[in-house]
Design a protein around this ligand. Structure first.
Ligand SMILES: Cc1cc2nc3c(=O)[nH]c(=O)nc-3n(C[C@H](O)[C@H](O)[C@H](O)COP(=O)(O)OP(=O)(O)OC[C@H]3O[C@@H](n4cnc5c(N)ncnc54)[C@H](O)[C@@H]3O)c2cc1C
Ligand code: FES
Length: 275
């Protein structure tokens, strides 16, 4: 008899529908997959690039007209190969896996995405329930050419109470400086009910400290090196957690007392290295 449990974690082969250039080094890859279209904001998928590798990616598009997608920054071999793929080619998809961003009764929200970290937040920002919220979105990048989704979020403006703030390290667009500095100033001056963030861990550590000082709860999406993606191999350990299974979305309470957060991580050989 067929054991369907065994099939649960096998990659499903999907055909790429569209490849969109977000910046010269970041591409969004759109595909159709029933399970992904039922995924939740903040969850990730394991993407298999045939003949190359399998890498974790946040779902950056969930079920829009039946389409789902990921947004990939070229970093090493696998992400470069993924970014070179064209519509019509095939990739493997496992998941969606992991915890997700929760939206409750809170009304005034702060959402901060650094670099491609905004990919994990985009499906959250686009949830229908967010139209009823008063949200401030901060997106940061090193320079204007690296800012992603500006037009995607600007298109939401008429629909809801939404403030969009862009920051660039070199001042080529929006506010000059780090997204975390803007977020910290906002946290000091205004009263938010919840802060969501995804980006470089040092940014999130700074935001966590500021939010906790003001007594504001947080939900952060974290990255570690993932191999299995399902809690078996331990390559994604963070304190007592396995980021793939207990995260990638963590509350501030979960991160409280985790001395590694914002300081160290494991490299692909499992060695502990500074962030
Ligand atoms: C839950 C999760 C969600 C992610 N979502 C996205 C996403 O939406 N878009 C995106 O572009 N990337 C995302 N990543 C990161 C992505 O998985 C890595 O960039 C990718 O695995 C690198 O593979 P590579 O072979 O191209 O590079 P490699 O040759 O493996 O690595 C290149 C460089 O990137 C570093 N690196 C590799 N993997 C990671 C990682 N997981 N975290 C931090 N540094 C890493 C390596 O140490 C090395 O310095 C996510 C990672 C996780 C864990
Ligand atoms: S990636 Fe294997 S335990 Fe998390």
């Amino acid at each position: 008899m067929q054991n369907y449990a065994d099939l649960e974690h096998r990659p499903r082969i999907v055909r790429i529908q569209e490849v969109k250039e977000e910046t010269p080094t970041v591409k969004s890859i759109v595909f159709r997959d029933d399970r992904c279209s039922k995924g939740k904001p903040g969850q990730f998928v394991m993407i298999w690039i045939p003949g190359m590798d399998e890498v974790p990616m946040s779902l950056s598009l969930i079920g829009r007209n039946g389409n789902s997608g990921i947004t990939v920054r070229m970093r090493g071999e696998a992400t470069k190969a993924l970014c070179a793929m064209k519509a019509g080619e095939q990739i493997g998809v496992r998941g969606p896996y992991g915890t997700y961003f929760n939206v409750g009764q809170e009304t005034k929200l702060l959402l901060a995405g650094g670099g491609t970290g905004i990919a994990a937040l985009a499906p959250l920002i686009e949830l229908p329930i967010m139209r009823k919220k008063d949200s401030t979105i901060v997106i940061g990048a090193r320079k204007k050419a690296e800012l992603i989704y500006l037009n995607r979020f600007k298109a939401l403006h008429p629909m809801k109470k939404m403030r969009l703030i862009a920051t660039t390290d070199d001042g080529s667009y929006g506010i000059k400086g780090l997204a975390s500095s803007v977020v910290n100033t906002l946290l000091e001056k205004e009263r938010f009910d919840m802060t969501y963030a995804c980006g470089p861990e040092l940014m999130m550590k700074t935001v966590l400290d500021a939010a906790q000082k003001m007594g504001i709860p947080v939900q952060f999406s974290l990255e570690r090196i993932f191999k299995c993606g399902v809690g078996i191999c331990g390559s994604c350990s963070l304190g007592q957690y396995r980021v793939c299974r207990d995260g990638p979305v963590f509350s501030g309470d979960m991160l409280q007392g985790i001395s590694e957060f914002g300081k160290t991580k494991r490299d692909s050989a499992g060695r502990i290295i500074p962030i």
